[in-house]
Structure formats: structure tokens, C-alpha cells
Ligand binder design. Structure first.
Ligand code: SAM
Length: 271
């Protein structure tokens, strides 16, 4: 996979040298380039922003500067590129975008080339996303959560880390990706423990010491269901009833939930 990140603060992306992403780069699994948007400006002050049409507070990032930068990074849509490049997927982090989820991370992990356009100020002129969509580029405007950051760099770091750990060969033991929160089961992960068996007066649950794999798996599933119901009832409601076995239904019932009218919901919901 190739990833390009365009920002007015390229130093902000330094953590991409570290940890799993850094290792993926060193191993040749990931070819990652960070660019300074101001390298594509033409004026003495290297200007990237201007006042908003229609008035209002703050500054907006200019589409012409972004267009020149992205044409260069995407392999130039207007002019034929010197060498054909794989189709790129343009990711524009924005708090007004679609929520970024593990499903989207999985989709992005299947791409060959991702380009991140990191906004600042009041964001990037809306014509940039429109222009590249019209030109046939897949454009995803993504939000990493319902809050407002000062820039897209932290959001790009989040999306890149979530995507890169899904690339084959990046996580040492791919099994560790299977039972994670937000996986196919739709559940939050069960709590995890390691040595020492007792710490700060707190003991590891006895069941985990038994070595009884089937009973441990059942306990983990029950605790995952309990956590999901308590912490993320929105995820519990979205569970696929066809993926729940009889023991799951018993656990849900103890928690005050059931499958009714083909959906997972609290016993007393809407009654
Ligand atoms: N005026 C914009 C709005 O209200 O939607 C907020 C702009 S924000 C101050 C500046 C930049 O930070 C955005 O262009 C985007 O790149 C990034 N950003 C802020 N919050 C974000 C979020 N929740 N998810 C993704 N990117 C975000």
C-alpha cells in the first residue's frame, strides 16, 4: 500500500515512523510519504488560506493550492501521469464527514493508494472534494468522532493506524485481530488479564486459571455481551440475531435483553 499525507504541518506526522506503522514501512509493506502543502504555493508568503465567501469567522483553505498539490500526489488527473499509478482513494478528514468505523478501516485496507488531505482553519474549500469526485476519484470525507480538532493531522494518524494494522504481515499474530472489539461479531472485547494473578488486592477471574478452553470461551462471550449491552447499547441493538446461540440468548435475558421482532432489544423497550 502507498499512503500520501498532505499537511501544512508535516512534522505532526512524525509518529508514523514509530510502532507498527514504522515497522510496516521498514518491512516494505507500506510506502508512506508526507508532503508540505506549502510546497505547492506560488506566492512569497506561501499562502494556503483566505477569507470565507459569505462572511463569517476564520479562514478557509484555498482550492487552487489544494488542487495543485493533489494533482501532483494523485498522479495528475488533468495531465497524463508520467507512469501509470494505481487508482487512489482520497480521504478528507472533517468533523462533518461520515463516522470512521472498523468497517471503513477494512475497506481502506483493501486499497492500493490512500491520499490524506489534512485541513486546518475552517476546513478546505468544498469544491476540492466535489472536483475530485467529478474527476472519478473515490473521495471519503471522514469524521473520527463527534468533536472538533484543530486540524486533520491527528485524524489522519488515527485512520492510518487503524488501516495499517489490518495489512497482511503487519500484526505479528493475525489471530489477535479476530476477537477484537468492533469485529464481525459486533461485540466489544471481553476484559483481558496477565500476570501477576493477584494485584492491588484484585484477583484474575478463577475461570481463566482453569485451562478449560470451552468454558473460558463461553465466559468471554458472556462478558463481551454484558459489556456491549452496558457500555454500547447502540451496538447491542445492531447485533445480528442469527449470529446468537442459545447460550447468548440466555445471557441477554439475564441482562434484561432479548430478540424480539427479529431485533436485539431490551425486554421493556417500547412496551
Ligand atoms: N469548521 C469545521 C466544522 O465545523 O465542521 C471545523 C474545522 S476544524 C477546526 C479544522 C480541521 O480539523 C478540519 O478541516 C479537519 O481536517 C480536522 N478535523 C476537526 N475535527 C475532526 C474530526 N472530528 N474528524 C476528522 N477531522 C477533523
Amino acid at each position: 500500500m502507498r499512503i500520501d499525507v498532505v499537511s501544512i504541518f508535516p512534522e505532526y506526522l512524525a509518529p508514523l515512523e514509530l510502532s507498527l506503522v514504522g515497522k510496516a514501512r521498514a518491512a516494505g509493506i507500506l510506502d508512506l510519504h508526507v508532503h508540505d502543502l506549502r510546497d505547492w504555493t506560488t506566492d512569497r508568503h506561501r499562502t494556503v488560506d483566505d477569507t470565507p465567501f459569505g462572511g463569517g469567522a476564520g479562514m478557509v483553505m484555498r482550492p487552487d493550492v489544494w488542487g495543485t498539490a493533489l494533482d501532483g500526489v494523485l498522479g495528475s488527473i488533468a495531465a497524463a501521469p508520467a507512469a501509470p499509478r494505481p487508482p487512489a482513494h482520497l480521504v478528507i478528514p472533517t468533523p462533518s464527514g461520515a463516522p470512521f468505523t472498523q468497517r471503513i478501516a477494512e475497506q481502506l485496507a483493501g486499497e492500493q493508494h490512500l491520499v490524506f488531505a489534512c485541513g486546518r482553519y475552517e476546513g478546505i474549500d468544498a469544491r476540492v472534494a466535489d472536483h475530485y469526485r467529478e474527476a472519478g476519484v473515490v473521495v471519503s470525507e471522514l469524521s473520527i468522532g463527534d468533536y472538533v480538532l484543530s486540524g486533520g493531522e491527528a485524524a489522519a494518524l488515527v485512520v492510518i493506524e487503524a488501516v495499517v494494522r489490518l495489512l497482511p504481515g503487519v500484526v505479528g499474530n493475525p489471530e489477535s485481530l479476530v476477537e477484537e472489539s468492533h469485529g464481525d461479531a459486533g461485540l466489544l472485547e471481553y476484559p483481558v488479564y496477565t500476570k501477576p494473578p493477584e494485584w492491588a488486592g484484585l484477583a484474575v477471574p478463577d475461570i481463566l486459571m482453569t485451562g478449560h478452553h470451552a468454558r473460558i470461551a463461553r465466559w468471554r462471550r458472556d462478558v463481551a455481551l454484558e459489556r456491549t449491552v452496558e457500555r454500547r447499547p447502540d451496538l447491542a441493538r445492531a447485533l445480528d440475531p442469527t449470529l446468537l446461540d442459545a447460550a447468548d440468548l440466555d445471557t441477554l435475558s439475564v441482562l434484561g435483553w432479548e430478540v424480539r421482532d427479529g431485533a436485539v432489544q431490551p425486554h421493556d423497550d417500547g412496551l
